[in-house]
Write a protein that binds this ligand. Structure first.
Ligand code: NI
Length: 258
């Protein structure tokens, strides 16, 4: 059984066949999915999907590139919605300097990152962290404002050293399709060293489809390719990778009793 720890099935790329696809998951051994919001509307859609499908859970939060749409009222809504039975995490939240190069925008990202970490602490939910081209600032804020909050660094893209630093701080590392890319040497090195007990498997679908489907629309049905690559890198059997990463995700999202 495979746990997709990070997916976006509310995306319009699934508009044509969402139900058909999600209804086929369990027979393909994808038995848990966390659907992740990136702004308020997609967080609402994530909750709606979680209400519709037993095996889908929601994460709610505002992505760093979307914070211009966030205000006090939005934060209030997140706080209320976090009490929903099927909301399993706050995210994706974090920092993304790839598109936003201006200091002022980056400062705003930090403000809302801290506020949403504060929210996670208040409502006692784990966090899903998005961090791109912002390694130093993310680590600094996590060390300051996220102490004691469990979480995952999703779609990890930094060095092996930084992965191990996050592991030391108690975080999980989300690994998806990128690990199968031929040019992903740095990530492969990192995955080889991250303890299996700290790895989560994810799609980030519809994005980042693994080889041999790179460039196509991604879905959880392609996760066996990710599992296989992680198994090779760690010298484990694919079933072991599935089992351990499944247990990791259940623990992080607190689903044992849900
Ligand atoms: Ni995502």
């Amino acid at each position: 059984m495979i746990f997709d720890s990070h997916a976006h099935y509310d995306d319009k790329q699934f508009g044509e066949d969402r139900d058909e696809l999600l209804s086929s998951m369990e027979q393909n051994r994808i038995t848990k999915i966390v659907n992740v919001g990136a702004d308020i509307p997609s967080s609402k859609r994530a909750i709606a999907l979680a209400e519709q499908y037993d095996f889908v859970y929601a994460s709610i939060g505002v992505h760093p590139s979307e914070i211009s749409c966030l205000d006090a009222e939005g934060l209030k809504w997140l706080e209320k919605a976090a009490a929903h039975q099927k909301v399993a995490a706050i995210g994706e939240i974090g920092l993304d300097y790839y598109w936003d190069k201006e200091t002022e925008v980056q400062e705003q990202q930090k403000v809302w990152f801290r506020r949403q970490l504060g929210l996670a602490r208040e409502v006692q939910l784990p966090v899903i962290i998005h961090s791109r081209d912002a390694a130093a600032d993310t680590l600094e804020i996590m060390k300051e404002a996220a102490v004691g909050i469990p979480g995952v660094i999703h779609c990890f893209s930094y060095s092996r050293e930084l992965a191990l630093e996050y592991v030391k701080l108690g975080y999980y590392i989300g690994v998806g399709g990128v690990v199968t890319f031929k040019n992903a040497r740095k990530l492969k090195e990192a995955v080889a060293e991250i303890p299996m007990e700290r790895i989560l498997i994810e799609t980030d679908c519809p994005y980042l489809a693994p080889e041999p489907n790179r460039g196509k629309r991604n879905s959880s049905l392609y996760l066996p390719y990710v599992v296989e690559t992680v198994a090779e890198l760690k010298g484990l059997r694919p079933e072991e990778v599935e089992e351990i990463s499944y247990r990791n995700a259940m623990e992080l999202y607190g689903l044992q009793n849900k």
